[in-house]
Design a binder for this molecule. Structure first.
Ligand SMILES: Cc1ncc(COP(=O)(O)O)c(C=O)c1O
Length: 346
């Protein structure tokens, strides 16, 4: 795997970290540049102002929103606020690999619930619940597999959890979902006391480098998260960019539409070539090979061609490669390498 600082092909394409290949829109970029004239000052209530803008865009009470330094910051804060030593956090076995770390960081125990072919399994999660369970944390849609739980399944899970257990729905890729039975968890958040959703500006809004995320949940939870956050987590350029990006509906629609088109093209083409593609609701696709050797060899062939994708070492993922969805030209280049077949010395 290519490490930072290693020589990369000059015309290399980077399809490893699920960033948006479309970047931010023009208006967000202009807003970043204009904000440079105020950077000698602390950002003026960045968290509150951004919560207002998010509230307007998504029809949410800003009092139920907290913004942070990427959704990573907010997931970590949720764990810090609600886990004590010896508590348990349940996650899905092939779910977002960062989740167990949020438990470890607080001397709590991550409990892995088996899944069904990379999709979270509500019954298996419920079987893991004990009196020490404090948090169930799921990415929906999930990463690295791109799979999702339907709204009905999320509600079934919630109904069977005691209200003392916090259900954290990491919705970093929500904007890319096209499945008709997926549900925005907002209604569930409004009607309960123990559900939160995290979102990010790193994916569809193309602002990963500015590090901005937000969480929506019950006011008491939001209050706790605000208390334990750093002062001024939202920088002035980040605030300006996010406010502009929220208003730029054209860019948003274009990114979602293109992603959808490329996702279908890439998946259908690979399937027609005999590859196994895990059905994705995100801006990436996981391809499963016959065995780990095949995946390692293909990953090397891709790198030799300047295509940098992500391979995971552990368990069932060891025979998979995750491709962030790029432009049509970039994905055609991936397809060409895959079509040529794995080159053992490539
Ligand atoms: C499922 C999931 N959650 C959270 C994050 C963190 O996103 P950020 O901290 O950039 O908001 C990522 C990043 O890739 C992710 O894949």
């Amino acid at each position: 795997m290519v490490a930072p600082g290693e020589d990369l092909a000059p015309d290399g394409i980077f399809l490893a970290s699920n960033e948006s290949v479309y970047g931010p829109g023009k208006v967000a970029l202009e807003a970043i540049v204009s904000s440079a004239s105020t950077v000698e000052r602390y950002p003026d209530d960045g968290v509150g102002r951004l919560a207002d803008a998010i509230g307007v865009r998504f029809g949410i009470d800003p009092e139920t929103i907290c913004c942070g330094f990427g959704s990573d910051d907010l997931l970590a804060r949720l764990a810090r606020g609600y886990l004590s030593a010896g508590d348990e956090l349940i996650h899905s076995a092939h779910g977002y690999p960062k989740i167990p770390n949020y438990a470890y960081a607080n001397d709590a125990l991550p409990v892995s619930a088996v899944d069904r072919d990379f999709t979270a399994d509500v019954d298996a999660i419920l079987q893991c619940v004990t009196e020490r369970t404090r948090i169930v944390m799921l990415a929906n849609p999930d990463n690295p597999a791109g799979t999702y739980l339907s709204g009905g399944e999320v509600r079934r899970l919630h109904e069977r959890l005691s209200p003392e257990i916090l259900l954290v729905l990491d919705s970093a890729y929500a904007e890319y979902v096209s499945a008709p039975d997926y549900e925005n968890p907002l209604a569930l958040i409004k009607s309960s006391t123990n559900v939160v959703m995290t979102r990010t500006f790193s994916k569809v809004f193309g602002l990963a480098g500015l590090r901005v995320g937000w969480v929506c949940g019950p006011k008491e939870v939001i209050d706790t998260l605000k208390r334990i956050g750093i002062t001024f987590p939202i920088s002035a350029p980040a605030l300006a960019a996010c406010e502009a990006a929220l208003e730029d509906r054209d860019h948003f629609e274009r990114v979602v539409g293109e992603n959808h088109r490329i996702r279908e093209m890439f998946s259908d083409t690979l399937k027609s070539l005999g590859f196994e593609v895990i059905p994705s609701q995100t801006n990436f696709a996981l391809v499963r090979f016959a065995d780990a050797d095949q995946a390692v060899c293909t990953h090397r062939s891709l790198e030799a061609d300047g295509v940098y994708t992500r391979r995971f070492a552990g368990g069932e993922f060891s025979r998979c490669i995750r491709f962030t969805l790029g432009t049509e030209e970039e994905m055609r280049r991936c397809i060409a390498v895959l079509e040529k077949g794995c080159q053992p010395n490539g």
